[in-house]
Ligand binder design. Sequence first.
Ligand code: SF4
Length: 349
Amino acid sequence: MSQQQDGNNKPPEEEKKPKAVALLSGGLDSNLAVRMMLEQGIDIEAVAIKTPFCDFDCGKGCGQRVKEVADELGIKLKTVYFGEEYLRMLKNPKYGYGSCMNPCIDCRGMMYNAAKEHMIKTNADFVITGEVLFQRPMSQNNRALHIIEKETEMECKVLRPLSAKHLPPTDAEKIGLINRENMGDIRGRSRKGQLMLAKHFGISEPPNAAGGCLLTDPSFSMRVKDILDHCDDIPTLNDIELLKVGRHFRITHDAKFIVGRNKDENEVIKALVTDGDIIIEVKDYVGPICILRCKNYDYSLVIKCAAIAARYSDAPRHDQCEVSITVDGDKNEVIVTPADIGTIEMMRI
Ligand code: SF4
């Protein structure tokens, strides 16, 4: 059959394909959500989020996979980095923290906003996510999903293909861009539904469930809480990177001491040294690189930290040793006896 043409002999305009923006991580769930959409003929562009605590959405360790996944799916990918604005939110999240320092509702709100921005920019019709109802206690229940949508003015604009049958119909379903019948009815923490879908899509080695971001780690969260409690405004991104390495000690309200645990950490700590940091290293013995980060320092503070540094070096426990102190490039030496481990542990974060 010949194609119908208008009076100017121009071919009729091609109907615009429905388009969605996907919040993509390197994990399985968002990958499946995208595949479900592609199967329905929806155009997809992806947004991946990087926070200071998490490489791409909630997928700990799967950050490096996200580009690979987007390529595999044949979709465009935009990466959005959250920096200081994330730390500001973390200091005082409107909806509070989960079981650790994870502000999941506010965090997802920021992610939705990034996806929304891309949706508007690319003239897409809606947003999809790999969220599964009741998979995560804080942010994936009906109330939380509703709050996040409301806060971001995205009500009925976010489709979660894996759980859609358990959720109220979105605009995309209501106006027929999506056939709700083909949507998923997965919910809860079991991975059975996802694994069946993975099989359907021929994914031979589905990745394990994502481990969550650093803010869901209890020990790391203690460090985060400590730094938030002890800074006037917000910590710097450098402060946050430093939380990821070494042993941390709260010496005074304004002074923190960080001690490398091995050669690799020593290198990272060295790379994170910033203006005003005091570098402390034991001389003549193998030992850690340490940073004293504080507003004001005095001799007794430096001596205390030098003794801690000595305790974690190969210097004999009961003999005095020499420790070098570098302030703004100026090097000096002090003599200390390694600190007692019981005293040190009381300051450990
Ligand atoms: S676990 Fe919570 S805080 Fe961490 S990235 Fe996911 S939603 Fe954000």
